[in-house]
Design a binder for this molecule. Structure first.
Ligand code: CAA
Length: 402
């Protein structure tokens, strides 16, 4: 591997739904103390997709936002579009192929989908970094998107969410250089899965929390053995966040295992990366990278030159520990105000409307159905016609690439 070439994230944008459910309302409906969700689980809001929103439409918003920052010449360098999800809409056709018809990208690229639970976004990112190391003139667009959905009235319900992240991977990136050193750990574990016939995930909650922590420990050991930086050289930590309390557990686990390396770290090392996730809920493949954006947007100090340790976890299970260093141009390359406004401008739903959107009206089994425009987003699922999904772009192309 040519480690001399610096590669990493040159642009990053996120999207989520325009509607959310406040977890106090869920607690009221479940007749439990809201403090369990707000503090015990550590979530305050859950992004709720309307019936005309799915992983493709939510992902298209984030991907188009990245393309809107690029010149036509820059767009031409995209050799590959990688779509990561565990909420796929088709067993055969990839979400990336659907995106090709929606966003302002050129057709001379390979487009495909990757899946390994919440790890898929990292699989895409690392694959993209290696592609760019091999061909530094090319860039790769990685889009990760999921709708986290559990059976109604089960313990996982309060951790639901929806969102996407799109990242442009290039040489000499403006935002963060991803180090070549990494540690991976994979094993066959039945902690969380979604059989083909199910619309919601099945989960062994306690096993999933243990698996997460054990896979993290093994991944970190592998990262160190491969020449990675010890924890005391990583100023910040970004963990996969199924709910923010899980990241706290991850931090405490590392502190207990490596007290000397963690001695100087306070909760601030990971808690800024939780601000967006607390407001959105679990976004599976996108969650780690929405955490990164939360850190970049909300850390008051200049992060230039500082190093971030990342832990990505996908149930089933695959984990990866890796690191990256923030570039001096990062503040110009992210759209902090727009990101914060996206969350501030959302609409609060009643519990009944949430139930309709999340459970009663999300029936994609029908061969023919039209969806009313409800989402207010730039891209929407307009219909299913003869078992074909029909998407609609609401706004005219805005991209410099158009
Ligand atoms: N006030 C404050 N805190 C309270 C409280 C109250 N009134 N009542 C309970 N709590 C606390 C509990 O003490 C507990 O805290 P600790 O974990 O620090 O002990 C916390 O609230 C949660 O309580 P429970 O453990 O009783 O919660 P639960 O069993 O009802 O549900 C869960 C928790 C099993 C994680 C469930 O949310 C779930 O199944 N989630 C989906 C699976 C998941 O996210 N697993 C994470 C690892 S897998 C992964 O990371 C991949 C992925 O994205 C899915």
């Amino acid at each position: 591997m040519n480690k001399a070439i610096k590669v990493g994230i040159n642009r990053i944008e996120f999207s989520t739904t325009e509607n959310y459910l406040a977890l106090e309302k869920l607690a009221e409906a479940h007749q439990i103390d809201p403090a369990k969700y707000l503090h015990g689980i550590g979530q305050s809001k859950m992004a709720v997709p309307t019936p005309d929103e799915d992983t493709i439409s939510i992902a298209a918003n984030a991907a188009q936002d990245v393309l809107n920052t690029m010149t036509p010449e820059e767009v031409k360098t995209i050799s590959t579009l990688i779509f990561a999800t565990e909420t796929g809409v088709d067993q055969s056709k990839s979400g990336a192929a659907y995106l090709m018809g929606l966003i302002d990208i050129h057709p001379n690229c390979r487009a495909f989908e990757v899946k390994q639970a919440c790890y898929g976004g990292t699989a895409g990112l690392q694959m993209a970094c290696d592609m760019v190391r091999a061909r530094p003139d090319e860039s790769v667009l990685v889009v990760a998107c999921d709708i986290a959905r559990y059976q109604q009235n089960t313990p996982g319900e309060c951790t639901q969410g929806a969102g996407a992240v799109a990242m442009l991977i290039t040489a000499n990136p403006d935002i963060i250089e991803i180090d070549a050193e990494r540690g991976c750990f994979s094993a066959d574990i039945m902690d969380f899965w979604r059989p083909n016939q199910f619309k919601h995930a099945l989960v062994d909650g306690e096993l999933s929390k243990d698996a997460y922590l054990n896979v993290m420990a093994s991944s970190y050991q592998g990262y160190l053995a491969n020449g990675g930086k010890p924890l005391d050289q990583l100023e910040w930590l970004c963990f996969h966040q199924p709910f923010t309390k899980m990241a706290k557990k991850a931090f405490e686990h590392l502190s207990a295992q490596y007290p000397e390396q963690m001695a100087d770290k306070t909760d601030a090392a990971y808690s800024i990366s939780q601000q967006y996730g607390r407001e959105i809920g679990n976004t599976y493949t996108a969650s780690l990278y929405i955490g990164l954006l939360s850190l970049l947007d909300n850390a008051e100090q200049d992060l230039t030159g500082q190093t971030i340790g990342f832990f990505s976890y996908g149930s089933g299970a695959v984990g990866e520990f890796f690191s990256g260093t923030v570039n001096k141009n990062y503040r110009n390359a992210i759209n902090t105000l727009a990101n914060q406004q996206k969350l501030a401008a959302r609409t609060a739903l009643s519990y009944d409307t949430y139930c309709q959107y999340m459970y009663q009206l999300r029936d994609y089994d029908q061969a023919n159905i039209r969806y009313n425009p409800t989402s207010g987003s730039n891209f929407r699922l307009a219909a299913i016609h003869d078992n074909k999904r029909v998407y609609e772009r609401v706004l005219e192309p805005m991209s410099k690439a158009a």
